[in-house]
Design a protein around this ligand. Structure first.
Ligand code: F6R
Length: 611
């Protein structure tokens, strides 16, 4: 989703602003722009499409100056055109905005009545006009911004530059993230604004995270931060772990490929902080909350994180005999869920900023729930609002399609389910030891699964020409079928659906013909026979099957399949982690065959900060 960077510096900023935007490309965008302050003017360059178009525009027409703001836009209101790209400007003021201004229509009408005219279709442009109007009426920049912020309904992270104040920027946040970066303090001090620490990684590691409602005035050597009520506040300066190298692909062709191959390492790291190797027990962080008192668990998440929750529902119910309600976050509040008094609500998110999940989290907080968060970005808003923080240690995930965050979420959720089972007196010490041993085997099994990369690459051409693909799974492999279909559609643009394999005959089987490949996820085990029966129903109707199973499963049912992908024989508990690899690799290689933009698929954003 939109990315923001701002620099108040002593050296030309245009190249560094563009470099910052490059670091945020992974968030997803469809236009970009920059505005610098130079010779008493606001110098603005904007371009539709990829950042290379903005770079071309700057090559023809540079943006000099040592203070500036820049933005990658993910279109919400108005098409991705140069006119709708940020920064938006009036004569006096330029702004970049991430979020949605929900009352922009009434603000536009008011400003129009006051003689203002607009050059874009965006909701954001009203902010520039509102601030500008106050400056024209004699207010100082800080006063003008402070007076405008309460008029904005919705979500925003903002950076504002002022023509007549070339030594400062103002930033503000409500609902969308914004950080302040502190540069060197020596002779050449600099200060920065950014959507995240990663954007600022080559410039500084010293970061303050603005809190909800904060706004800040930054100059080259100072930051003054104010809260919603205008009181000056102090926000801790932390050393960010974000490394500039995290946004590099190394020897891999794509970030997604790099991140798929990182999984054995990051899953091991994640498990390492929840499991004890010395006595094979689960060791969760200490909380001021009696987890054994939970009678019902509410899980809320979006997209791939939601599928991790769906897998975990099986574990919470099977191990801990805990009833689980699970919803996609965008639907959760609207069904007016009945929440248990003093209950636990668990939110799963890679970014920790997803607007729907965050809104659901805040709803649950208002309803008195204890808030558990499984999150990959430890400094994110969700992490900061959690009562029980359960970090995944996947490291920065840059590819838009989530891969390593998913398997790390599964690792944390499996440990949590086992912990709850122990606390509820339903898992003996011997059983806990067994579960922990199996979980600790996962990284090696993930490595063994990755060994099949070449086989999967060589069968990708069988799937690439398809218009539709179905994925089938049963039990805890059903969410994997959903995840496989999501991965394929988002990066290869092939229409794909995941079904519980038993549901096929209740409708979807009508779709089957020789042009619709069906990917069946079926490790050998208690549910295997039933899934194979569903697979035979597909084959009897001319369907072409790709069977993902272990050696035994392929021996028993692989004959006559269009292709098979062999996985190591693994314990059912870790099967969802291991079988995630072939579904990710299949989607990846099909996208490569189709030549799509694997890391930045069209229309998608990494961190979805609008509801
Ligand atoms: C799919 C994908 C999305 C995210 C979803 C939630 O590959 O990446 O479906 O899983 O947008 O994002 P987080 O986990 O950041 O809340």
């Amino acid at each position: 989703m939109c990315g923001i960077i701002g620099i108040v510096g002593g050296e030309p900023v245009s190249d560094r602003l563009v470099d910052g935007l490059k670091r945020m490309e992974y968030r997803g965008y469809d236009s970009a722009g920059i505005c610098t302050l130079h010779d008493g003017r606001l110098v603005r360059r904007r371009a539709k499409g990829k950042l290379s178009n903005l770079v071309d525009a700057l090559r023809d027409n540079d943006a000099p100056g040592s203070v500036g703001i820049a933005h990658t836009r993910w279109a919400t209101h108005g098409a991705p055109t140069a006119e709708n790209a940020h920064p938006h400007a009036t004569g006096e003021v330029a702004i970049v905005h991430n979020g949605i201004i929900e009352n922009y229509k009434e603000l536009r009408a008011e400003l129009r009545d006051d003689g203002h005219s607009f050059e874009s279709e965006t909701d954001s442009e009203v902010i520039a006009h509102l601030i500008s109007r106050r400056i024209e009426n004699g207010e100082k920049p800080a006063e003008a911004v402070q007076n405008v912020l309460p008029r904005l309904r919705g979500a925003f992270a903002l950076a504002v530059a002022f023509r007549d104040h070339p030594d400062m920027l103002i930033g503000a946040r409500l609902g969308s993230p914004l950080v302040i970066g502190y540069g060197s303090e020596g002779e050449d001090p600099e200060m920065y604004l950014g959507s995240d620490a990663l954007a600022l990684a080559p410039l500084t590691q010293r970061i303050s995270y603005l809190e909800e409602g904060d706004w800040a005035v930054i100059t080259r050597d100072s930051a003054q931060i104010f809260d919603l009520d205008g009181n000056e506040v102090t926000r801790e300066i932390r050393t960010s772990g974000a490394s500039a190298a995290a946004t590099e692909k190394g020897n891999y062709r794509h970030f997604m490929q790099k991140e798929i191959f990182e999984q054995p390492t990051v899953v091991a790291q994640t498990l390492g902080s929840y499991l004890r190797r010395d006595d094979y027990s689960v060791a969760l962080p200490q909380f001021d909350f009696d987890i054994s008192s939970v009678r019902r668990l509410t899980i809320v998440a979006c997209g791939t994180s939601y599928y991790a929750g769906l897998v975990a529902k099986y574990w919470f119910e099977q191990f801990a005999r805990l009833p689980v309600d699970i919803d996609v976050a965008s639907e959760f509040r609207y069904r007016e869920p009945v929440l248990e008094d003093g209950g636990l609500a668990l939110f799963i998110s890679q970014s920790g900023e997803t607007a729907d999940t965050l809104a659901a989290l805040r709803h649950c907080k208002e309803e008195g729930q204890t808030i558990g968060v499984v999150v990959n970005v430890p400094t994110s808003t969700m992490a900061r609002e959690a009562d029980l923080l359960l970090p995944t240690h996947a490291g920065p995930e840059i590819g838009v399609a989530s891969t390593k965050a998913f398997t790390c979420q599964l690792a944390v959720l499996a440990a949590l389910a086992a912990h709850m089972a122990v606390k509820r007196g339903l898992m003996s010490r011997a059983k806990e030891t067994e579960v922990v041993q199996h979980l600790l085997e996962a990284p090696a099994c993930l490595n063994a699964a990755l060994d099949h990369d070449d086989d999967i690459a060589s069968m990708a051409h069988l799937i690439a020409p398809a218009r539709d693909v179905l994925y089938l799974g049963r039990g805890q492999d059903y969410p994997l079928a959903l995840e496989g279909a999501l991965k394929l559609k988002e990066i290869s643009y092939i229409h794909a659906e995941g079904y519980a394999s038993g549901e096929m005959k209740h409708g979807p089987i009508a779709l089957i013909d020789e042009d619709v490949p069906v990917v069946v996820i079926a490790p050998s085990g208690p549910l295997f026979e039933k899934t194979v029966s569903n697979m035979e129903e597909v084959r009897a109707r001319g369907g072409k099957v790709v069977l993902i199973s272990d050696a035994q499963g392929i021996k028993d049912a692989g004959e006559g399949c269009m292709a098979t992908i062999e996985m190591p024989k693994v314990h059912p508990l870790i099967a969802p982690l291991v079988y995630a690899i072939p579904v990710q690799l299949l989607a990846y290689h099909v996208a490569v065959v189709k030549g799509t933009d694997v890391d930045q698929p069209r229309n998608l954003a990494k961190s979805v900060t609008v509801e």
